[in-house]
Design a protein. Structure first.
Lengths: 246, 563
């Protein structure tokens, strides 16, 4: 299984399509950035190239350069236009940022995500836990022993992040989102996944020796399928990833 | 020997013609110290400057070797060249050495050597204090590197050392303590250098050298060292608190004892973001000098350039929390606004650099090529910087390889290419000999190609979700090809650096004799002999603009007045 790879093949400005309601917002922001950045980059690169080609000293060149130093209108132009552009970017970005950091008062489901050195514990409202940690002999290519974060699609799922030891980061590339799990700090973030599928999630903060192995799997399924799975889990039960295998 | 034909003020004034800067023929009792004794005891700003430059370049090479090992480890998935523990040490020490031993101190070396010359001063304001700074710095470098010799290895929690991973319970080894001590020592060194350079700039300028006639390089160093003065004490204090946490049972950063990990991040980045500009601004100054000299023109928008530098310096003190967007503990809009605003003065600089070259007569030698490479690479790093400044995009890309790409485009672009430009530009002043142009151009071409090949694929890796600081990655992630490209690029970059190292050793003894003013320079460091005598100048050209030597040598090509 290579969920991440197949997911990333479909890209928008190079980034994953995304599978949450945030994706559209982020894509629009990427577009705005590229529409502004590419012309500016072209102008600056063009200016540099023009100078190098047009004004380079050739053998036997006895030109004398004009010794000008100031040109207030031009200088004002390249001060004011960038000011306007960053104001546009900031204004547009501000609305998106507020939507992304908004935390719902009535989420459809709250999952407690606890990070530790080196693994994850996902706790559901009925007390059921999905747990997985670095095996004694970790193999980076083995995805069968990763803990699975089951979640329903088309529902606001609140991730309640905490850490028991050092700082970790909850990161699912397809969610286009990072959030830190910091000991002593309660971090909440809402996701509404719109596409069913399986993706790899990662710890994205250097957290000690086995940081690279601190991965998990996200399994988003339609509401009915999720409910079926959820009701099959006994309250306060514990599933340890990879345990059935050995 | 520099011959200054005529003074622009016209004839009749005393000393109007035939100004000759001869090396000082001071009568000195006894032989002058040479070799190691000179290295250890000299308080001459030029000797200390060279000490800094050479030591920091050694740091650059050491950290570069660490990077090559890391890139080799990442050339394929599930590689086992180095294990996770060693990889974490390499990650940490590569960053720490590049930032604390190379980037800043190389600029301090330039400030030591070049700045007093450019303002026409005989030495730094506090020569012995200056010597102390160097020895603290060298001590810091050696102490932090010595961590590799301990049983548990060097520090392994990243150059940013996020608590509580740095607490004794999670990182018990002595390598971590040596890291703290090493950084604290380089921190003190930086503070002392800042005091020295700022005092020198304010009090030892030659008659006529008012603030608005100082070269842009001096301005940039001045602003940089003010940032050092504001940022480094915070870092050193944060390190002291961490030491207390580890050894005296306090809990400043440990939530188990009521401490707050976010406090460390605030303190560290309050230092850490100005630090990025401490690493960039001096090199902005270097390339400004190179562009003006090699284009045979004054710096375009001189005062706008200074205003831009001051603005960058000011804004850089208010952006630290953009490293902390994903903690959920900072006021996002404020820090986002401050951060995107920095694009404006940086853009002004870009346009001013282009304006400086506009209609000039461009000599495309190695120093100029490195400066042009600086522009192109830093442009890319600047654009991705604006992207990462926006919290929604940072939420997506924080701590992925996209950030690695951005960061290295900024710091390789500015610090490395700027430092190499400075080597090619000022080597004749240090040694009296020119560096070999052919080797230099090969070095530039390899470094430019290598840099782009290494770091450009990292943007895509980040977008594909590859986290930073992982020592390996799975086969099926789709990251293999891009990592291969990056590693090959890193080798090419490394070979490019070697060409300059060979060039330096070759040209030190066999290089073409440079003369005092090989580039038709504009500023005062070219008005004395190469290398300059002790106390630098016997006589100075009159200082009536920011390029007194040009005015003296080209009285028919004075800066046009008016707009």
């Amino acid at each position: 299984m290579s969920p991440l790879q197949t997911g990333v093949l479909a890209t928008y400005w190079g980034s994953p399509k995304g599978v949450t309601t945030y994706s559209k917002l982020i894509h629009d922001l990427w577009s705005l950035n590229y529409y502004i950045a590419l012309p500016i980059a072209a102008i600056v690169l063009g200016g540099i190239l023009w100078c190098v080609v047009r004004y380079r000293a050739r053998p036997g060149d006895d030109r004398k350069a004009r010794q000008f130093q100031y040109h207030i209108p031009i200088e004002a132009t390249y001060t004011i236009i960038p000011l306007i552009l960053v104001a546009v970017i900031f204004g547009y970005m501000y609305g998106i940022e507020n939507k992304e950091t908004h935390v719902s008062k009535h989420p459809g489901l709250v999952i407690k995500v606890q990070a530790f050195q080196w693994g994850w514990r996902f706790t559901y409202p009925n007390g059921h836990q999905e747990l997985g940690s670095v095996a004694t002999e970790p193999n980076i290519n083995d995805e069968s022993a990763l803990p699975v974060l089951y979640m329903p699609t088309h529902e606001t799922v609140q991730i309640d992040l905490s850490s028991v030891d050092v700082i970790h980061t909850f990161y699912v590339p397809e969610f286009l989102y990072n959030r830190d799990a910091i000991p002593g700090v309660k971090n909440q973030v809402d996701f509404n996944v719109t596409t069913a599928g399986q993706w790899i999630g990662e710890c994205n903060q250097l957290c000690g020796t086995y940081h690279a192995f601190m991965r998990f799997e996200v399994d988003a399924m339609p509401k009915a399928a999720f409910d079926a799975w959820y009701h099959a889990q006994k309250p306060n039960s514990l599933t340890i990833a990879g345990a059935s295998k050995s | 020997m520099t011959l200054i034909q005529e003074r622009p003020g016209g004839p009749g004034e005393p000393g109007a013609t035939g100004l000759v800067a001869e090396p000082l023929t001071e009568i000195v009792p006894g032989p002058r110290p040479r070799g190691v004794v000179k290295f250890v005891t000299s308080t001459d700003h030029k000797q200390i400057g060279l000490n800094y430059l050479v030591t920091s370049f050694i740091g650059f090479l050491a950290a570069g070797i660490m990077a090559e090992v890391m890139r080799t480890q990442l050339i394929g998935p599930n590689n086992h060249l180095v294990g996770p523990a060693s990889y974490n040490q390499l990650v940490t020490m590569h960053g720490t050495v590049m930032l604390f031993v190379f980037g800043g101190p190389f600029a301090f070396g330039l400030a030591n050597y070049i700045l007093p010359l450019q303002i026409g001063a005989p030495d730094m304001a506090f020569p012995r204090f200056n010597n102390l700074s160097y020895w603290l710095y060298l001590g810091g470098f050696l102490v932090m590197m010595a961590g590799f010799l301990t049983n548990d290895g060097a520090a392994d929690f990243g150059w940013f050392g996020y608590a509580p991973l740095t607490e004794a319970i999670h990182s018990p080894g002595p390598g971590a303590d040596m890291w703290i001590l090493g950084i604290a020592l380089t921190g003190f060194s930086g503070i002392f250098t800042a005091v020295n350079v700022i005092t020198t700039t304010f009090t030892l300028r030659a008659p006529g050298m008012v603030m608005f006639r100082m070269p842009i390089f001096v301005w940039n160093e001045l602003v940089t060292l003010f940032l050092v003065l504001l940022a480094f004490p915070v870092l050193t204090a944060a390190m002291a608190l961490l030491w207390c946490d580890r050894h005296l049972g306090t809990s400043f950063y440990d939530p188990a004892g009521g401490g707050q990990p976010i406090l460390w991040q605030n303190l560290f980045w309050f230092f850490g973001h100005p630090e990025v500009y401490i690493l960039a601004l001096p090199y902005f100054g270097v390339v400004t000098e190179v562009f003006a000299t090699m284009s045979k023109k004054p710096v375009f928008g001189y005062k706008g350039m200074i205003a831009a530098t001051l603005t960058i310096g000011g804004l850089s003190m208010g952006v630290w929390a953009h490293h902390m967007y994903t903690t959920g503990a900072v006021l996002l809009p404020f820090f986002a606004a401050m951060t995107v605003l920095i694009a404006v003065p940086t853009g002004i600089k870009f346009f001013n650099w282009i304006g400086t070259m506009w209609q000039g007569v461009l000599t495309l030698n190695t120093a100029m090529l490195f400066s042009l490479g600086f522009l192109v690479i830093f442009l890319c790093g600047g654009i991705t910087g604006v992207m990462l400044a926006q919290p929604p995009l940072d939420f997506q890309l924080h701590m992925t390889y996209f950030v690695v790409a951005h960061f290295h485009y900024v710091l390789v672009g500015t610090t490395a290419f700027g430092a190499f430009a400075s080597i090619y530009y000022w080597f004749p002043k240090y040694t009296g000999r020119l560096l070999d142009e052919k080797l230099g151009k090969i070095s530039f071409a390899l470094m430019f190609i290598g840099t782009n090949l290494t770091y450009f694929p990292m943007h895509d890796l980040g977008l594909r979700g590859m986290p930073r600081r992982v020592f390996t990655y799975p086969v099926n992630a789709g990251w293999t090809f891009l990592n291969e490209l990056a590693t090959i690029g890193a080798y090419i970059l490394g070979i490019g650096v070697l060409f300059t190292v060979i060039n330096i050793f070759h040209s030190m003894r066999r290089g073409q004799i440079a003369g005092d003013n090989p580039w038709d320079g504009q500023t005062l460091e070219w008005a004395t002999s190469s290398p300059p005598p002790e106390h630098n100048f016997e006589i100075l050209p009159p200082i009536r603009s920011e390029r007194p030597l040009w005015d003296a040598n080209h009285p028919d090509q004075l800066t046009e007045v008016g707009h």
